[in-house]
Design a protein around this ligand. Structure first.
Ligand code: HEC
Length: 429
């Protein structure tokens, strides 16, 4: 089967519904994953220094933090793992469209997630039993955290390919193309929001000292407040800058007014976090945790919506070739059909079909997409169909400034048809 074939058409309504479901699933999943990552990082650091300095309060905060972010071993496994396959499937099936990556690509982060969840729950049960950890569970916790971070990073790389669909065939043939500045920025943005959110959670849930417990008391509560506030402030400070970078690195095909408006809400929400924590400090007992947490969840929502509409924009450009080209080919097709050489017209028609489904992902006639503009490179094959067919069959490296063209998965008669079609289309062909 042609890997670039179109998936069965979905009605626009179903497609829209699926997109909203996907947004909802991501909104549940990403913040949870983020809280687990940021909370376990905090817990591990506190645990390390708490043991070094024999500081009772650090150790206690470390335990409270890991207990709060993982909720319960089963919740961790259910929420952290089960949502992932559904999301991965939906992304590649409905958003990846005709150029989706193989399912195995989405399984790699899943393995890392599984390892991460298991190791973190090991760390969690060890720390619940005693704050004086033997070194082994600490190592398990640190490895688990690393696994979760790599799973998140891989997921963002995969999600990032969706805003640049023209690159997907290149990724299939050469994994290096999966790296992009855009994915990296989105991953950092995710971390910033996660730390902010974990700060909100700390302000809300931690430091409820029960009388008589070791290391409790007002001192301890002040300590928790400082930790939560610094996490939230760091998140709120980094997020707006990263959103700007996110927009800068977004490919032009993904940009639209909608995307900008959604992105603009992030700095506004971040300002609200500052206002809550600095300008309206809670008097006495009141805790800003609830509101800070909701503000960060809203930022997550804005960023996810922003990403989703960028993906939709990027694919819109693909499903229909730009207007002038489509109009031109239609008139050309008609002219050819009325000419006496009926066989030729059928071949050109077929060539156009191959071009639209396979080559147009990377090529336009008048503009550079991933490959060079065909009006510039095809004329040198003028009068030499065989040479052009040879290149299409087995692409070789031509222009050092461009990536190599992957070998297209098309049959011999399709190679012939598309070569003739290209030569008939460009001037002087
Ligand atoms: C995954 C993206 C991609 C797809 C799909 C693709 N190409 Fe290319 N194509 C490229 C790139 C990148 C280059 C530049 C290669 C180089 O200069 O080394 C290129 C170069 C070319 C060239 C110029 C060769 C030269 O001598 O300069 C032709 C002609 C061409 N492609 C035709 C096709 C045809 C026909 C198809 C469909 C069957 C196709 N391409 C599909 C990416 C693609």
């Amino acid at each position: 089967m042609n890997p670039l074939a179109l998936p069965p058409a979905l009605s626009p309504d179903t497609f829209l519904l699926l997109r909203y479901l996907l947004i909802a699933a991501l909104l549940l999943y990403l913040p949870f994953l983020g809280i687990v990552i940021a909370g376990s990082a905090a817990s591990l650091v506190l645990n390390f220094f708490g043991r070094e300095n024999r500081d009772e309060r650090s150790l206690r905060l470390s335990r409270e933090w890991i207990e709060a972010v993982t909720v319960h071993r089963w919740v961790l496994l259910l929420l952290g793992l089960l949502a992932y396959p559904a999301i991965a499937y939906a992304c590649q099936r409905f958003l990846g469209g005709r150029t989706s990556l193989p399912a195995i690509a989405w399984l790699a982060p899943f393995g890392a997630l599984l390892a991460g969840c298991l190791l973190l729950s090991l760390y969690r049960s060890a720390i619940r039993r005693t704050t004086e950890l033997p070194p082994a569970p600490f190592g398990a916790g640190a490895t688990g955290l690393l696994a979760m971070i790599s799973a998140a990073f891989l997921t963002f790389l995969l999600l990032g390919t969706l805003v640049h669909p023209a690159k997907l065939p290149l990724v299939r043939s050469n994994l290096v193309f999966i790296l992009s500045w855009h994915s990296l920025v989105e991953f950092l943005l995710f971390l910033a929001l996660s730390f902010g959110l974990a700060g909100g959670i700390a302000l809300r849930f931690l430091g409820r000292s029960k009388a008589g417990e070791a290391g409790g008391g007002p001192d301890y509560e002040a300590r928790v407040r400082t930790a939560g506030t610094s996490f939230s402030l760091a998140g709120a400070l980094a997020a707006p800058a990263l959103v700007v970078l996110d927009l800068i690195t977004l490919p032009a095909t993904g940009k639209s007014m909608e995307v900008f408006v959604m992105a603009a809400t992030v700095p506004i929400l971040a300002l609200a976090v500052f206002a809550l924590l600095y300008l309206l400090p809670g008097k006495g007992e009141s805790r800003p945790g609830d509101r800070v947490t909701s503000l960060f969840v809203l930022m997550f929502l804005a960023v996810i919506l922003c990403h989703q509409s960028a993906v939709a924009n990027a694919f819109q450009g693909l499903s229909a070739p730009p207007g002038p080209l489509a109009a031109e080919t239609v008139s050309k097709g008609k002219k050819a059909a009325s000419s006496p050489a009926g066989g030729d017209a059928a071949v050109l028609e077929k060539g156009k079909k191959v071009f639209d489904t396979v080559c147009s992902v990377c090529h336009r006639f008048d503009a550079k997409v991933v490959g060079p503009p065909l009006n510039e490179v095809v004329p040198k094959y003028k009068g030499n169909v065989e040479k052009l067919k040879g290149f299409i069959r087995n692409p070789v490296k031509v222009n050092p400034a461009l990536p190599a063209m992957p070998k297209p998965a098309i049959k011999e008669d399709e190679v012939d048809a598309v070569a003739r079609y290209l030569l008939s289309k460009v001037k002087g062909g």
